[in-house]
Design a protein around this ligand. Structure first.
Ligand code: ADP
Length: 399
């Protein structure tokens, strides 16, 4: 196994990676250790799973190589324990297997091991596996860090903008009122006051939206959903959302048309959440209509035990390369070019509400032609009876 001149130094470009080697056969352990050290790695050793766990906590290695058959705690149990611990869940784990341990290999891989080496193996093989696994983990870490940085940037940009604009309104008009020393006509007074209210409403909405998004990402929303779910009539939801948004649509010269299935589609859901999601999708249709106005057709239908609410608008549309991103929190299409209201969390909220109901939100769009958002929800069974329950302060309706 150890023949060949060991002249490896692959890890020379970075700080040497630390490898935990768990092997009860001491000559074997020593041989592998030598190869790894000559390859430029630092090595810590253990002779069974229990020692391995202790070494993991103490040494925080970058990769684990473990034998399967060992006394006290074998490699499979060791791997299972490692994967149970969140801080080690993505630590690269490689098994060493002897001939005839095929079932163990399969079991190991299903427990979350990343790779395995069959004994006897060549030095080169060992170093290749280690280097491949380390590089893969480094790439994943880099990508995650880049994603986190992008997210931070988006949050900073959108949220700070969304906080600052209304705050400027509130501050500016309050100062004007203060400087006037009470010398304002009643018309001016009312105008300033309504601008302050507009600003504070927008701030309040942003805070509420952020709280709702967080509650949908944690178990809070699910608990509320389970407690308050009931048979919901989708036509009523659509009609209520349309009635609420009609004035805004009229102001943008957007017509709202409904085509509702009869008898109406019934789902098991949370009335408040479903209304919220519907209003958000509709609101976007109005917000992203063409300057001259347009129309949105809202249609409900039932197919193969699924209820669909389809929102088809003839607005500005979404570029194909950004369709995948619009459900990400804080993402907005072309925020730099288009000054628009919103924090990029409307669609993530709507899509999480769909998921909470065991459904999904999908989109098709074409720039300059329009977009179709489709909310798919499982249909309520004929026999579903709502729990007797009244609305108990659910996490804030959209306004
Ligand atoms: P926001 O609340 O800021 O509008 P959303 O999460 O609701 O954020 O939407 C994300 C982005 O998706 C929007 O900024 C917009 O660019 C795009 N979008 C959403 N709905 C539509 C639509 N009906 N037509 C065109 N673009 C849309």
């Amino acid at each position: 196994m150890l023949e060949g001149a060991p002249s490896y130094s692959r890890a020379k470009d970075r700080a040497p990676a630390k490898i935990l080697l768990v092997e009860d056969d001491l000559p074997m352990q020593e041989g592998i250790r030598d190869v790894l050290e000559l390859g430029g790695y630092r090595v810590v050793t253990a002779t069974n799973g229990s020692e391995g766990l202790a070494a993991l906590a103490r040494e925080t290695p970058d990769l684990v190589i473990s034998d399967i058959m060992m006394p006290r705690m074998d490699g499979l149990e060791f791997c299972r324990r490692v994967r149970q611990e969140p801080r080690w869940a993505s630590l690269p784990f490689v098994f060493l297997t002897a001939k005839g341990q095929k079932t163990d290999v399969r079991a190991g891989m299903s427990l979350g091991a990343d790779d395995y080496l069959g004994k006897p193996f060549e030095m080169q093989e060992l170093l290749d596996v280690v280097e491949t696994r380390l590089q893969r983990t480094a790439t994943i870490k880099q990508e995650m860090a880049a994603q986190a940085a992008r997210l931070r940037e988006m949050i900073l940009h959108t949220v700070s903008h969304e906080l600052r604009t209304p705050l400027t309104f509130v501050k500016g008009y309050t100062e004007l009122m203060e400087e006037s020393g009470g010398d304002l006509t009643s018309e001016e007074f009312m105008r300033f006051l309504s601008s302050i209210k507009l600003g504070s409403d927008r701030l309040g909405q942003l805070v509420d939206d952020l709280i709702l998004l967080i509650s949908l990402e944690t178990d809070d929303a699910r608990l509320l959903f389970e407690y308050e779910k009931q048979r919901v009539d989708l036509s009523s939801v659509v009609l209520e959302a349309v009635a609420a948004l009609k004035p805004k649509a009229a102001a943008r010269n957007v017509m709202l048309l409904t085509q509702l299935e009869r008898p109406s589609c019934q789902v098991v859901g949370h009335l408040g959440y479903l209304l919220d999601a519907t209003k958000r999708i509709l609101d976007n249709g109005i917000k992203f209509s063409k300057p001259q106005g347009g129309r949105i057709v809202i249609r409900t239908e039932e197919r193969a035990h699924q209820a669909y609410v389809r929102f088809a608008d003839d607005g500005i549309g979404i570029p194909a390369d950004q369709l995948g991103q619009i459900f990400q929190s804080f993402y907005q299409v072309g925020r730099e070019q288009r000054e628009q209201q919103g924090a990029g969390i409307g669609l993530p909220i709507a899509s999480k509400i769909a998921e909470l109901h065991g459904g999904r939100l999908e989109v098709q769009s074409s720039v300059g032609v329009g977009s179709v958002f489709s909310l798919a929800l499982p249909v309520a069974s004929q026999t579903y009876v709502s729990k007797a329950g009244s609305a108990v302060g659910w996490a804030r309706p959209y306004s």
